[in-house]
Design a protein around this ligand. Structure first.
Ligand code: HEM
Length: 504
């Protein structure tokens, strides 16, 4: 005992720590399999290099990575363990259907939902989970259920018509629109947030701010789990109004998912249940552990949440661009008016998809707001090659879509909202190689067809029915400025506008 205490002097403890960290630094700089890759030495030594930009400066590492590529070239080491590539030609090598592709657990586990399709890392587990729910999101299924979207488009227009002459938060209305649709598609429940006076903005704020918890948990691993472990009832007394409505929403979600599960398990004859992911999971070939109620709740929450601010961000960015740029707006209206003159009733999804300028407008929105603002690192079990570089099997390697979409090498004047880039078929085919708002490969967006349908149907109706004066915002407010996993923008969910009816 005496010999242990005599060893535990401050000098010895500090000496041991210095020797330990010195060895780690030496290993990472000179002996690590990634030691040869270019990049800042501090990033090679410690994850806290990234931590400084993401945790301390609030989601700035994505933009720093862009600067690092300019300095060090197309392939760089961005942390002791991870590589990043900036070269569209590599995209199809990294995001593909063949081969085994795990997600990088360090990033995705920080959401605390690793039993879900979206955030689970393992390739095989993901494949089985996705297969169980994918049929609900097929193109045919979305076309067949477009009445849900139409109902919400009409409801949003009714709300706007009643707000004519006032300045209101159109951005919050758009969030409520995308949430009402995702909730009904996934869980079969009508949450009717579009009917709420303030469009339930109290929920939009923490939903778009969830990135802060994710960023913090990446570096302080106990942060998210500790938050989750505090009983909701207790937290409700300690937090502000917007966090309160978020937690109440989660409580309601849990209740509704449990109710739906009970109904599905009891063999309820309600045919609506067949369209829910609860039904899809329960009646799938997944093993019993995958059908546990806690996992199903995670699946429901993450699949719906994946469809909230992603779609809403694109729509806000487009609306702000359209209503501050008469020329683009007029061309769009002319195209839609011509299509409408050849059909009776509201334009169907299939017709809207054929309109080239409308499609170009949506593609520009998706180019500048491509769903996630972070690098989507993948890990495979075989060595990869990039030029003369050999990337060892098991290395997390990522690319960042928003950087690819705003690189002047890929798009001239990249921050300009210019639907014409997509009008010429030859240019368009070339540009599509650098366009991947829904990602590609095994982990490609599951809700892609739903998102397209929502955007086509809402935009085509809204621009024909109303004029909007954008109040106190510019288009830059809806562009990417920080990584919240999703696209972090200055305006968040807010887009103030004054509506007036349009005589058509
Ligand atoms: C414009 C709207 C949207 C964009 C740009 C978008 C983009 C993306 C991207 C880039 C990913 C890959 C994420 C990663 O690599 O980690 C993804 C995954 C996913 N998205 Fe979307 N998304 C949109 C809307 C939706 C909607 C409406 C839903 C459903 C309601 C949805 C459900 C999902 C799901 C479940 C995944 C995980 C797929 C998997 O891992 O197999 N998304 N999305």
């Amino acid at each position: 005992m005496a010999s242990i205490t005599s060893f535990l002097t401050w000098g010895n403890v500090i000496g041991t720590l210095v020797a330990y960290y010195g060895t780690v630094v030496f290993y990472r700089l000179f002996l690590h399999p990634l030691a040869r890759f270019p990049g800042p030495k501090l990033a090679a030594i410690s994850r806290w290099y990234e931590g400084y930009y993401d945790f301390y400066l609030g989601g700035q590492y994505t933009l720093k990575i862009r600067d690092l590529h300019r300095q060090y070239g197309p392939i760089i080491r961005i942390s002791p363990h991870e590589l990043h590539v900036s070269d569209p030609a590599f995209y199809e090598k990294l995001y593909r259907m063949d081969g085994r592709w795990d997600k990088y657990a360090w990033t995705y586990d920080a959401f605390g939902a690793s039993f879900s399709t979206l955030f689970g890392s393992d390739h095989d587990t993901h494949k089985a989970r996705r297969a169980a729910i994918a049929p609900l999101f097929s193109k045919a299924k979305i076309v067949a259920r477009q009445d849900i979207i139409r109902k919400n488009v009409d409801k949003l227009c009714r709300r706007v018509a009643n707000l004519v002459g006032t300045t209101f938060n159109l951005g919050a209305a758009i969030s409520a629109f995308s949430r009402d649709i995702a909730n009904e598609f996934v869980l079969g429940k009508e949450y009717n947030e579009l009917d709420m006076e303030d469009f339930n903005i109290g929920l939009s704020i923490p939903v778009s701010g969830a990135g802060t918890v994710w960023r913090t948990t990446k570096f302080i691993r106990w942060f998210g789990p500790t938050l989750h472990s505090i009983p909701t009832g207790l937290v409700l007394n300690m937090v502000g109004e917007s966090t309160k409505s978020f937690l109440q929403y989660l409580q309601r979600y849990e209740r509704d998912a449990n109710e739906t599960l009970a109904a599905v398990e009891s063999g309820s004859p309600d045919t609506h249940l067949e369209n829910t992911i609860v039904h899809a999971v329960v009646h799938s070939n997944l093993p019993p552990a995958e059908k546990a109620s806690s996992r199903i709740r995670q699946e429901v929450t993450t699949v719906t949440a994946a469809g909230f601010e992603t779609t809403a961000n694109v729509l806000r960015l487009i609306l702000c661009n359209l209503f501050t740029n008469c020329e683009i707006l007029e061309r769009l209206r002319q195209e839609i008016t011509l299509a409408a003159s050849k059909s009776s009733g509201p334009l169907q999804l299939r017709t809207l998809e054929q309109l080239p300028y409308l499609t170009g407008v949506l593609m520009e929105g998706l180019r500048l707001s491509p769903g996630i603002g972070t690098r989507a690192a993948r890990i495979t079990d075989k060595d990869l090659s990039y030029g003369d570089w050999r990337i060892p099997a098991g290395t997390p390697v990522g690319m960042t879509t928003v950087l690819m979409h705003t690189d002047e090498e890929n798009y001239t004047d990249p921050m300009l909202f210019n639907p014409d880039r997509w009008m010429d078929p030859i240019n368009r085919r070339a540009s599509e190689k650098t366009f991947a708002p829904f990602s590609r490969g095994t982990r490609m967006c599951l809700g892609m067809h739903l998102a397209w349908a929502e955007m086509y149907m809402l935009l085509a109706t809204l621009v024909q029915r109303f004029d909007f004066e954008v109040v106190g915002a510019t288009t830059a407010d809806f562009e990417f400025v920080h990584d919240s996993f999703g696209i972090g923008t200055k305006a968040g969910c807010n887009l103030s506008a004054k509506a007036s009816p349009r005589e058509v």
